[in-house]
Design a protein around this ligand. Structure first.
Ligand code: FES
Length: 149
């Protein structure tokens, strides 16, 4: 990765960390999930509002490192307005990306635009941080899978 791209990605991550999108709690009719990263104890609470198989709102609170909190900010931004199925697909794509796999390789027909999320692709070089990056996404997957049952 070029150092310019590295710097840009760092900027995007710090922007989401310092100015988190969708911080808070959805009060009514929401799915609530609490999850922590067992390796450090950092935690996230995610609330989602789903209507007609679509994520209409997503908010989070929690405490954690810059990677985990910026990832939660990006994730909530990315899934709002998406069908549940697409949000779950995005979680799969994200998981591939932070493990260093080509996020588009297994999903030839998907044209999901990763947008800011791509800024976390460098996490694959730091295996200890993968759990930080995926914390919010695992919470989202768990909440939506439980909702689908
Ligand atoms: Fe705890 Fe990153 S160090 S989530």
């Amino acid at each position: 990765m070029s150092s310019n791209l590295d710097a840009l990605y760092r900027q995007v991550i710090m922007d989401h960390y310092k100015n988190p999108r969708n911080k808070g709690v959805i009060e009514d009719d929401s799915l609530t999930i609490n999850m922590n990263n067992p390796t450090c104890g950092d935690r996230i609470q995610l609330t989602l509002k789903v209507e007609n198989d679509k994520v209409v709102d997503a908010k989070f609170t929690g405490e954690g490192c810059s990677i985990s909190m910026s990832s939660a900010s990006m994730m909530t931004d990315a899934i709002k307005g998406r069908p549940v199925e697409e949000a779950l697909k995005l979680a799969h794509t994200f998981s591939d990306m932070v493990q260093g796999k080509d996020p588009h390789a297994d999903h030839e027909d998907d044209d999901l635009d990763l947008g800011d999320i791509e800024a976390l692709s460098g996490v694959c070089k730091f295996p200890a941080r993968i759990k930080c990056a995926t914390l919010a996404w695992k919470a989202m997957e768990k909440a939506l899978n439980e909702e689908e049952k």
